[in-house]
Design a protein around this ligand. Sequence first.
Ligand SMILES: [Zn+2]
Length: 74
Amino acid sequence: MKVKCPSCQTEVVWQTSNTFRPFCSERCKLIDLGEWADENNRIAGKPDPSQMENMTDEELFALMAKMQVDPTQD
Ligand SMILES: [Zn+2]
């Protein structure tokens, strides 16, 4: 089964080994989480999801720690 990544519309094979499903990558998952948080909380000073696309992995992990997102959680 294939689904489209909600963030970038790339086709993704839906399989249990893809821990980021329905996203194509961890980055897209984080971008989507950022948008979700923005829509629901509207916290001032939150990073722009479009900025997250240009972040390094280190910066993303730091951001995840701040947002208290557990990357091991499915
Ligand atoms: Zn994607």
